[in-house]
Design a protein around this ligand. Sequence first.
Ligand SMILES: Nc1ncnc2c1ncn2[C@@H]1O[C@H](COP(=O)(O)OP(=O)(O)OP(=O)(O)O)[C@@H](O)[C@H]1O
Ligand SMILES: N[C@@H](CCO)C(=O)O
Length: 294
Amino acid sequence: MLYIKVPASTSNLGPGFDSLGMAVNLYLELEVSESDVWNIQHFGEELAGLENNEEHYIRKYCSYFMEKFNLQTKSFSVVMHTDIPLARGLGSSGSALIASLEIIDYFYDLNLSKEEKVSLLSEIEGHPDNVAPSVLGGVVVGYYNAHLNTTSTLQVPVIEWPIMVVIPDYELKTSEAREALPASLQYSKAVEAGAIGNMLIAALYAKDYVTAGQMMMQDVYHEPYRKHLVPHYEMVRAAITGDCYAFLSGAGPSIFVVCHPDHFNENFKQLNQLQNCEVKHIQVDVNGVIAYEK
Ligand SMILES: Nc1ncnc2c1ncn2[C@@H]1O[C@H](COP(=O)(O)OP(=O)(O)OP(=O)(O)O)[C@@H](O)[C@H]1O
Ligand SMILES: N[C@@H](CCO)C(=O)O
């Protein structure tokens, strides 16, 4: 029996659009064994609405990898639980892709390295900002070069201020949130967007979380085009006070909030007053995916 535990991820962190992400302590967990026929069992409320057919991501991406590596077809029995809410900007689809690759890696003895896994997964997603942190752990910058089909990643220091996430009670599919983006950015806007992202990375290295937070809140790549899809976005920005900074998690609708330790409790209480959402204190996951025989 193979046990797999994949952390959730938040991506973009404001201006790190498609290239910056952080693994966090919500988890997809699976127990997997070989079987004559596919059998996937769901546990927990997050998976309650998920259809269990050939399009199920675990089944679909296991088949994808079998074909990609020219492997003899196998079927699996899977028992699955997740704390990661689906389609909320917390990397749920990435977690399912990662789990599928772990299944194939283990049951076909592929012995893929973490770097090879991140490359294979980034090719599917088109960007590494969810899969790289969920595989490697911590805060990760990644660049998927679609022309060469290569992925580069580097870990940056984890954020040491406390973090919370506001999870609205509605879904937003990544595909819908990507459709809201413009087809092109004016040159001067692109330069501005890049400068804000560069400042964010420098601030994370410097552990200057006031500057990091200010950069997180000034994204011009995606948040201006998506905020109309997320009513909680302006509500959260209006509610936070003190040294406290918010960014849209991935494609949304969840919103991450990074706070000075002295300002965390008052902001946590304040955000808990908001309707139609849940607020969770979050930790960075520094391990990334784990998989072992049970
Ligand atoms: N554990 C899972 N098993 C199977 N399919 C899953 C699982 N988790 C997510 N999915 C699939 O992924 C879809 C959500 O993907 P989507 O990219 O829209 O959101 P997300 O990955 O949660 O957010 P983001 O990419 O912004 O972080 C679900 O509707 C479901 O089809
Ligand atoms: N960087 C991606 C993350 C969601 O997959 C986006 O914002 O669309």
